[in-house]
Design a protein around this ligand. Structure first.
Ligand code: SF4
Length: 372
């Protein structure tokens, strides 16, 4: 099949009635829409609660007041437009200014709403120079937007330059295109060749995928994943835990299992950041942890590899355990290296959506004070 056509005008989506279109106008005034024929064909239009529909089709609840546009203070960690350096070993290139569809729950929707703020990478030479000077950077994530929306030629240029820096061992490409448009991989054998050329035995290329629901894993997306694996790419999956999409242990467990069958490591399950428009997709921390643990109970060890975390301004905060009264968090990746591994024991709060909602911190334990 030829590449599906991208659709930015929601009135062209056949399954949406005129009445619904009218009611969505205020949402469309505020947020961007993008999808494509392939992904829209996965929707069961007879089901108003269809999870694929929920991922891509706007809803009125996006107008609920909540959060900020930059919920994790990403700008604070930008060392130049389009280059973030928050964790010492990781540099992030916001290289692509687009995606194969716009997830309604996107945590970077500000980039699409306010392109004039120029948060994308344009000065690549300066970015390579920065990474070259920072010898602690052993991995670079190419994302955006979606890393695979870049042409294969542009990706080749970026990867070639990064491969010339000896201390960069891992190159990651962040993409939801294997869900939104797997034809990007299928129709472009040069992309697989590129992965093959640069994913070396001692310095791999990782593809950070974004399957949120088992129904996104179609025969064609299976083929596209298989092509990347056969090219030597290492595939991992990360997704937020989303109300009405995967907030059911059976669904999430099925997703973990299918990924493990495909040879894809379930990597992170994210709690929804408090981003403007996203309240309707968010699941409170403790409910999410319960769903996550129940889903893991349905999986083998290989399906159980994901961690449930918050991409907080201070770092990736993992939810580790819950007792009847308390909840335990650990800083899995810390913006300040001194915070790495720090544990917080907090009084439970069933209404909390984010770490900051836990006002009662009972105990803080520093990594270096732990006995192993
Ligand atoms: S693929 Fe990522 S960056 Fe693109 S819309 Fe979805 S969440 Fe946002």
């Amino acid at each position: 099949m030829s590449a599906p056509e991208y659709i930015n005008d929601i009135s062209r989506v056949k399954g949406i009635s005129d009445k619904e279109l009218e009611s969505l106008k205020p949402v469309m005034d505020k947020f961007e829409f993008k999808s494509n024929e392939y992904y829209l064909s996965l929707i069961n239009w007879d089901d108003p609660g269809d999870p694929i529909r929920r991922i891509i089709i706007p809803c009125r609840d996006e107008l609920d007041e909540w959060g900020k546009l930059d919920a994790s203070d990403e700008k604070k960690y930008s060392v130049m437009p389009g280059l973030q350096h928050k964790y010492s070993s990781t540099a992030v290139f916001l290289a692509s200014d687009s995606c194969g569809g716009y997830c309604r729950y996107c945590f970077r929707k500000r980039l699409f709403i306010h392109p004039e703020q120029k948060e994308f990478l344009t000065d690549y030479q300066a970015a390579y120079d920065y990474v070259r000077r920072h010898k602690e950077v052993n991995n670079v994530l190419i994302t955006g937007g979606d890393g695979l929306m870049l042409s294969t030629g542009k990706l080749e240029e970026i990867i070639r330059n990064l491969r010339s820096i000896d201390h960069v061992r891992i190159i990651r490409i962040g993409t939801k295109l294997l869900s939104y448009n797997p034809y990007r991989v299928i129709n472009d054998p040069e992309l697989s060749e590129l992965i093959k050329r640069y994913s070396l035995p001692d310095r791999r290329i990782y593809m950070m995928l974004h399957f949120s629901h088992p129904r996104e894993i179609t025969d064609i997306s299976l083929d596209s994943c298989d092509m990347l694996i056969k090219s030597g790419g290492i595939l991992c999956n990360q997704t937020p835990l989303l109300r009405g999409v995967n907030d059911d242990p059976q669904i999430l467990g099925e997703l973990f299992n299918k990924l493990s069958y495909m040879g894809i490591a379930p990597y992170y399950i994210f709690l929804c950041r408090p981003t403007v428009g996203n309240l309707t997709y968010a699941v409170p921390v403790e409910e999410a942890f319960h769903i996550f643990q129940s889903a893991r109970g349905l999986c083998s060890g290989l399906g159980k590899r994901a961690k449930i975390t918050m991409s907080h301004a201070d770092g990736k905060i993992e939810v580790v355990a819950m007792t009847e009264d308390n909840i335990i968090f650990r800083i899995h990746r810390a913006a300040d290296p001194d915070d790495s591994g720090k544990i917080f024991i907090c009084r439970r709060n069933s209404q909390a959506y984010w770490f900051d909602d836990y006002s009662e911190i009972l105990e803080t334990v520093y990594h270096q004070d732990l006995e192993y």
